[in-house]
Design a protein around this ligand. Sequence first.
Ligand SMILES: Nc1ncnc2c1ncn2[C@@H]1O[C@H](COP(=O)(O)OP(=O)(O)OP(=O)(O)O)[C@@H](O)[C@H]1O
Ligand SMILES: CC(C)(CO)[C@@H](O)C(=O)[O-]
Ligand code: BAL
Length: 305
Amino acid sequence: MIVVRDKDTLHKVRSGLSGVVGVVMTMGALHDGHRALIEAARAQCDAVLVTIFVNPLQFGPNEDLDRYPRPLDDDLALSEQAGVDVVFAPNEAEMYPSWPPAVRVDPGPLGRELEGASRPGFFDGVLTVVLKLLHLTAPHAVFFGEKDYQQLALVRRMVRDLDVRTDAAPVRVVGVPTIREPSGLARSSRNSYLSGPDRDAALALSAALRAGAEAAVGGPVAALAAARVVLDAAPVELDYLTLTGPDLGPAPEVGPGRLLVAARVGTTRLIDNLHVDLGPDSESRGPAAGSKTGPGGHKPSTAQE
Ligand SMILES: Nc1ncnc2c1ncn2[C@@H]1O[C@H](COP(=O)(O)OP(=O)(O)OP(=O)(O)O)[C@@H](O)[C@H]1O
Ligand SMILES: CC(C)(CO)[C@@H](O)C(=O)[O-]
Ligand code: BAL
């Protein structure tokens, strides 16, 4: 495995890779969720490149940039063991020679909803660094986790809207299902912040999503209500609970939907989401109650604090 810290060396190393190149972008503190992305990339590509960079541009002033874990040696060991060919781990000066960057990617209306509403500027920062990393690594396919469902949707949209291509074909954006602990908790680098009681409380997110999915046969209102009961009973501070279509547009009455949740557990902010099958019992129930304008100006069914 080759470890690269600067753009010029990356260019040389990338030029030496042949066949289909897959990239997995991360902020490090690698876990089984990242491992699943690497495995998907290995299965679909001839060479796998992993980026490790804690991107300051996507952190707000009161967020956890300073305390975000940076166990680089462990990350390199996991990457090597997982069969990664190249790791690109630049520092901030290498990625942002001029700070702050004056030109950034505008994520559009969807980028200002949900995570974007709670974390202003977050998706401008994410899409800006993702676009830079796409230029620098020139992948044929790039792999993102469904755990960050809105991020995945926005990267797909950016690649389409800004014509991001490698070797004359659009970069393929591959979504990988969420890896969970046996308890149901979605694996996340920020789980390392959770103390014992917070770890128990954090289980409410995935439990609420499962309760919502089970109740979804009764329609959107039933799904949201069931999820909300679980969250209300737990010592967590709900940020949002939303039901949308699979593309983050309005939730249908019947058919596939996505239930998304964000909540603060102690000082740790966590997100999760799950596929739900709505109906068929909902067809006679009338429209779902929407209490907030949702992604893309639509009205998804939302339960909000
Ligand atoms: N549990 C998971 N299952 C599948 N993919 C995941 C999981 N956790 C993270 N990923 C994906 O790994 C990539 C890098 O994410 P990142 O390094 O931010 O990890 P993270 O665990 O999401 O960190 P954080 O706790 O800061 O949100 C993203 O595409 C993300 O969606
Ligand atoms: C995509 C990403 C690596 C950009 O910094 C980050 O948002 C993440 O780890 O999900
Ligand atoms: N996993 C998404 C990156 C972030 O929360 O900053």
